[in-house]
Write a protein of this length. Structure first.
Length: 363
């Protein structure tokens, strides 16, 4: 990647000014032979951005988070354990999470990239921002790495948005095929972050039942949707329109953060779904349309890369999101089908029945 300028001049690109973090230092996190979360994932995305989008995006380099910022989410013990991995060529943080001596640095940079994104969105220097980073974050717990995740990048960014920018309504949309148990747990009793996730309950970490809706102050502020088998792109966009749209309308978020994993793609070797890359652009268009307020303003849109393990499918999926963001002015509506199959209608009904009593969504 050549000279990604460390600046954020606002290039006109459709209606939205879009920024993205690109930094080859993220390729230094090595996970071991045959591991699906490998550097080539990002290398291919970076090539695509360089080829297709570099003139339409503000490219931003990453800067590391501070210890204080990381410790708004993680325990000092977890932070110490990650730092110690710098002393070993290879360490194992969990059965599926291997790290190398440079991983701690990339984990720090990934969290810092997300914090930078929040600051740029709040300035506001950009309207939408995508952190093209690794390692991913949505499985990381306060005191534990796992699921290829070291620090919970989005949770750290959300805490920063609350602490430094005074936000009190942040919506996290997690479309990775795995349940983001880290984000779920960290904000389970906090109504300042609404966590919305669609995932396969048969996959790691096997959590995220529809009945898991939050507790205490956060009761009703977590919407978990376990996907049913044989869903198509059309079914999925129907599901999002019927469930995410009312959450956006009812919660009125000040920022929308997307845990953007692309392992629900049909070519993905880890996820077991059958969606195309176009789905991600359609959901992005949906979020853009559904979050527009009277008068035309909308909350800032933040994306951070999570899973996605077929580099080509992943790259096409990320491109689909950029296409939706960069052409938002000319973009059509997300083409929501009117009549879904029975199993999809039943799923939607179950989610709505569970959440109507909390009073955030209405029919
Ligand atoms: Zn995943």
């Amino acid at each position: 990647m050549t000279a990604a300028a460390d600046q954020c001049e606002n290039k006109t690109a459709g209606a939205l000014r879009v920024g993205a973090v690109i930094d080859e230092q993220f390729l230094e996190h090595k996970t071991g032979h045959g591991h699906p979360e490998h550097p080539r994932r990002l290398a291919e995305i970076y090539r695509m951005v360089e080829h297709t989008y570099k003139d339409r995006l503000s490219i931003i380099r990453a800067e590391p988070a501070t210890v204080e910022q990381v410790e708004t989410v993680h325990t000092p013990g977890h932070v110490r354990r990650i730092l110690k991995t710098a002393e070993q060529r290879i360490s194992s943080m969990a059965p599926d999470t291997q790290v190398c001596a440079r991983t701690y640095m990339t984990a720090w940079l990934a969290a810092g990239a997300c914090i930078r994104g929040v600051d740029l969105l709040m300035a506001p220097s950009v309207d939408a921002f995508f952190a093209l980073i690794r390692p991913p974050g949505h499985h990381a717990l306060a005191d534990k790495a796992g699921g290829f995740c070291i620090f919970n990048n989005i949770a750290i960014a959300a805490r920063h948005a609350m602490k430094s920018h005074g936000l009190s309504r942040i919506l996290v949309v997690d479309w990775d095929i795995h349940h983001g148990n880290g984000i779920n747990d960290l904000f389970y009793n906090d109504n300042r972050v609404y966590y919305y996730s669609t995932h396969d309950l048969g996959l790691y970490p096997y959590s995220g039942q529809v009945t898991e809706t939050g507790e205490d102050e956060g009761l009703g502020y977590t919407m978990n949707i376990g996907l049913v088998r044989e869903m198509t792109d059309d079914d999925m966009i129907y599901l999002y329109e019927k469930t995410l749209r009312p959450v956006i309308k009812g919660y009125d978020p000040e920022m929308i953060m997307v845990a953007a994993g692309f392992d629900a793609h049909t070519d993905d070797p880890v996820g077991k779904s059958a969606f195309s890359e176009n789905l991600y652009g359609r959901i992005t268009r949906g979020i853009i349309e559904w979050s527009e307020k009277p008068g035309g303003s909308r909350p800032p849109l933040f994306f951070a890369l999570e899973g996605g393990y077929d580099p080509r499918a992943l790259t096409r999926s990320v491109a689909s999101v950029f296409e939706a963001l960069c052409t938002s002015e000319e973009t059509e509506r997300p083409e929501v089908p009117e009549t879904p199959p029975e199993h999809v209608a039943s799923l939607v009904q179950a989610v709505i029945n569970t959440h109507l009593p909390y009073g955030i969504i209405t029919t």
